[in-house]
Structures are given as structure tokens and as C-alpha cells.
Write a protein that binds this ligand. Structure first.
Ligand SMILES: *[C@@H]1O[C@H](CO)[C@@H](O)[C@H](O)[C@H]1NC(C)=O
Ligand SMILES: *[C@@H]1O[C@H](CO)[C@@H](O)[C@H](O)[C@H]1NC(C)=O
Ligand SMILES: *[C@@H]1O[C@H](CO)[C@@H](O)[C@H](O)[C@H]1NC(C)=O
Ligand SMILES: *[C@@H]1O[C@H](CO)[C@@H](O)[C@H](O)[C@H]1NC(C)=O
Ligand SMILES: *[C@@H]1O[C@H](CO)[C@@H](O)[C@H](O)[C@H]1NC(C)=O
Ligand SMILES: *[C@@H]1O[C@H](CO)[C@@H](O)[C@H](O)[C@H]1NC(C)=O
Ligand SMILES: *[C@@H]1O[C@H](CO)[C@@H](O)[C@H](O)[C@H]1NC(C)=O
Ligand SMILES: *[C@@H]1O[C@H](CO)[C@@H](O)[C@H](O)[C@H]1NC(C)=O
Ligand SMILES: [Zn+2]
Length: 345
């Protein structure tokens, strides 16, 4: 289990967190970050931290919006060959490569307790917590091949490393598609492992399906803090509220795995993506809450280019999902862990 409840560690992590979505290639080095020794004792203090705002809006951080669903983002977002999101499984890859049983991710419980805040990044709702706890264990092959992707089969070199949680956030519509189809939303649980002194990201994507209009119990815990925030950039969550992420993840943890990127500028590559095959359910009113949170800062949207990836959502607010990216020379893999007792969805 990993926690980050000492203030020093939190401060260090916050520097990382705050730049994460805009991440961290550029913002990390360039930004001043929280001062060493800053005491953050509760979520309210996180919200009050003025540098928090400047870290995200400052010059070192690329500014971006979803006016073109990401098609206009510069740099690596244009030139990268291993970008996210993608369609899963890509047609040319319709039988993904099976991950050997000794290289599967091990999923333990994960939750956030106390000192949590709900924060809006650029059009994005995000749960941050000083007290993430989790037992996710990630296979690493050959010393630095996170997830043992790219055809590694040297079982002798597999070691497992624990992931620490960075944040959890939501996109609507979904970013990854399933055989060409968008889901209503997609949750991203962002984790990091430290290899050779460098933070490497492993992001867990969960599709959220509105077809059955079924209330998602986890999102019902999140929802009041979105509704109450009335467009504020940050809303502290009372310390007695637990975000039981275990209860949110699909109980069947069959997953796609591939090497990709951040789905926001600067579109840094080297991100290990794990996307669960089976969606969880969400209700239409819940999706509307998510849309509403996006609409506070969204650019105006237009319905002139109606595709499956709508530029306007059903409330007339802008979506916050990046357009699909080409697979290029990448392999999509399929992990089939033993189903263990997590959420019923
Ligand atoms: C990972 O976490 C588990 C469970 O908390 C613990 O038993 C194990 O020692 C940890 N492994 C490493 C490499 O820290
Ligand atoms: C943080 O708290 C510790 C112990 O409570 C105290 O010694 C230290 O001076 C505080 N630092 C700041 C910057 O307030
Ligand atoms: C959070 O998860 C950890 C295991 O990672 C567990 O020990 C702890 O009891 C959980 N806390 C809550 C409030 O669910
Ligand atoms: C979804 O269910 C809610 C009740 O939970 C209801 O108010 C709403 O009309 C339903 N929407 C659709 C599109 O079925
Ligand atoms: C947290 O505490 C507040 C105030 O005591 C209470 O109203 C609320 O129901 C509690 N929430 C949970 C999830 O226990
Ligand atoms: C969290 O959710 C999991 C899966 O639904 C459940 O087994 C566990 O008891 C929950 N933890 C708490 C503290 O409620
Ligand atoms: C888990 O999901 C996969 C992908 O949808 C499916 O093929 C498999 O049968 C499921 N496993 C169980 C035990 O339901
Ligand atoms: C876009 O279309 C949706 C659904 O048809 C509608 O509710 C919304 O008002 C439209 N938005 C604009 C800006 O025209
Ligand atoms: Zn994301």
C-alpha cells in the first residue's frame, strides 16, 4: 500500500499533481511548485494554495482548449507517433496479443480517504487526495519496460512495482472508443511508478456507459461536490468522505494495454495505458452533472460538424475528449487477470 500523507511528501507530490494533466515534461521542470515545507493539513488548504492556480495557468504550462477536440494542439501532439487515445482494439489488431500470466497487473484495493479535493482542471473534474491508498502492482520487464509491453517475453526479468495514485479524473465523451463506439464518459485513474529516479505514468481507463441509465454508486459520492462547486476551480471534500475506487472499477478486470501518451498537451509519450474491456454503468443525470462541470469554462461549441464525437454535448457544452489518434506501429495487448472481488456493475 502506498500513502502520501506526510506534508513534505504531499507538497512534493502536489508539484507533480498540479502539472500532471498539462504535464509534466514541460511544466515539471519549469514551474516553481509548492515551497518546500508548506504544510497542507486538509483539502481546504489545497484549494487555497495560490501557487496551485498559477502552476496550472502560468507561462510554463501550455494553454489549450477543446475548440477543435485537440486537433490544433502543437508539438508532440502533432508529431508524436505513439499518441492517445486510440480505438480499442484497432481493426488491424482485432486479436490483441495475450499477456502471459506472469506479466499481468495485480489489482488490489484502491481508495482515497480524507484531505481530498475535487478540482476542475481545463474542463476536467479531478479527485486529488493526500491519502490515496492502493495495492496496484505493475509488472516491469528488463528493468524499464513498464507493463512488459512491446513483445517482451523474458519471464526471468519480470519484477513487480507498486504504483502510487496521482489523481482520478473524468472525460465526457469517452476518449478511447470500443470498436469505433464512444461511451458517455471515461474515468482515468492516473498512477505513477518511479524508475531510475523518474516518474513514469500508468493510466487506468474505465468506460462509463449510460445506455441502461443506471446510477453509478461511486459517482454519486463525487457528484455533490461537483454540483456544489458552482464552477469554482476547487472544492474541498470533508475528511469523512471515502472515495472507494475499488467499488468503481469493473469486477471483470480484463484489460487492453498499449503504449501511448497524455491526452492533453504536451502529449508526452511513454505512458502505459490500461483500459478495461468492460464498462461500468452511469445514469444520464450523472453524465449531465459531468457535462455541466465542463461547461463552466468551455469554449462555445458548434453543432456544425456532427460526428459520433459530438462537438456539443446534450447540454450544449463542449466535450473534453481528444480526437482518436493513429495506432501506427504499436501492438495492443490483452490481459486477463483472475476476476477478483471488486465492484458489481
Ligand atoms: C507493494 O505493496 C504490497 C502490499 O502493500 C507489499 O506487500 C509489497 O511489499 C510492496 N512491494 C514493493 C516493491 O514495495
Ligand atoms: C509545518 O509544521 C511543522 C510541524 O507542525 C512545523 O515545525 C513547521 O514550522 C511548519 N512549516 C510551515 C512552513 O509552516
Ligand atoms: C483503503 O485501502 C487500503 C488498502 O489499500 C485499506 O487498508 C484501507 O482500509 C482502505 N480504507 C478505506 C476507508 O476504505
Ligand atoms: C434516467 O433515470 C432518471 C432517474 O434516475 C430519470 O429521471 C431520467 O428521466 C432517466 N433518463 C433517461 C434518458 O432515461
Ligand atoms: C460527514 O460529516 C458530516 C458532518 O458531520 C455529515 O453531515 C456527513 O453525513 C458525513 N458524511 C459521511 C460520508 O459520513
Ligand atoms: C470498497 O469496495 C469494495 C468493492 O465493492 C468492497 O469490497 C469494500 O468493502 C469497500 N470498502 C469499504 C471500506 O467500504
Ligand atoms: C471478462 O470480460 C471479457 C471481455 O469482455 C470476457 O471475454 C470474459 O468472458 C469475461 N470473464 C468473465 C469471467 O466473465
Ligand atoms: C447542439 O445540439 C444539441 C443536441 O441536438 C442541442 O441540445 C444544443 O443546444 C446544440 N448546441 C448549439 C450550440 O447549437
Ligand atoms: Zn484523462
Amino acid at each position: 500500500m502506498k500513502t502520501a500523507n506526510s506534508s513534505a511528501k504531499l507538497a512534493a507530490n502536489l508539484t507533480f499533481l498540479a502539472c500532471l494533466l498539462l504535464v509534466c515534461g514541460v511544466a515539471y521542470g519549469g514551474s516553481a511548485g509548492l515551497q518546500e515545507g508548506t504544510n497542507i493539513t486538509n483539502g481546504l488548504d489545497i484549494c487555497r494554495e495560490p501557487k496551485h492556480e498559477s502552476l496550472n495557468r502560468g507561462a510554463a504550462v501550455p494553454d489549450f482548449n477543446y475548440a477543435s477536440n485537440g486537433d490544433d494542439w502543437p508539438g508532440l501532439c502533432q508529431t508524436g507517433q505513439q499518441q492517445s487515445p486510440i480505438d480499442l482494439p484497432e481493426k488491424q489488431n482485432s486479436t490483441p496479443k495475450a499477456i502471459p500470466s506472469n506479466q499481468l497487473i495485480k489489482f488490489g484495493p484502491v481508495n482515497a480517504t480524507g484531505n481530498a479535493v475535487l478540482r476542475r482542471e481545463i474542463d476536467e473534474v479531478e479527485i486529488l487526495s493526500a491519502n490515496w491508498a492502493n495495492d496496484f502492482s505493475i509488472p516491469v520487464c528488463g528493468g524499464d519496460n513498464i507493463g512488459c509491453l512491446d513483445g517482451s517475453s523474458d519471464s526471468a526479468s519480470v519484477q513487480y512495482m507498486n504504483a502510487s495514485i496521482v489523481n482520478m479524473h473524468f472525460h465526457a465523451n469517452s476518449e478511447h472508443t470500443r470498436a469505433g463506439t464512444y461511451y458517455g464518459a471515461e474515468a482515468h485513474l492516473v498512477t505513477a511508478i518511479t524508475l531510475n529516479g523518474k516518474q513514469r505514468l500508468v493510466v487506468f481507463g474505465t468506460w462509463m456507459d449510460i445506455e441502461g441509465n443506471k446510477t453509478n454508486a461511486f459517482f454519486e459520492v463525487v457528484r455533490p461536490y461537483i454540483d456544489q462547486s458552482n464552477g469554482a476551480a476547487c472544492n474541498a471534500v470533508p475528511d469523512n468522505v471515502t472515495f472507494n475506487v475499488t467499488s468503481f472499477l469493473p469486477s471483470n478486470k480484463t484489460y487492453y494495454a498499449y503504449r501511448g501518451s497524455l491526452t492533453t498537451p504536451p502529449c508526452t509519450e511513454g505512458v502505459t495505458w490500461i483500459v478495461f474491456n468492460n464498462p461500468v454503468q452511469m445514469s444520464v443525470p450523472q453524465l449531465k452533472t459531468l457535462y455541466k462541470s465542463n461547461s463552466y469554462t468551455s469554449q462555445p461549441c458548434s453543432n456544425t460538424t456532427q460526428t459520433t464525437n459530438q462537438l456539443c454535448n446534450i447540454l450544449g457544452a463542449r466535450t473534453n475528449n481528444r480526437v482518436l489518434q493513429p495506432l501506427n506501429a504499436r501492438t495492443i495487448e490483452l490481459g486477463t487477470p483472475a476476476t477478483s472481488g471488486a465492484a458489481a456493475t
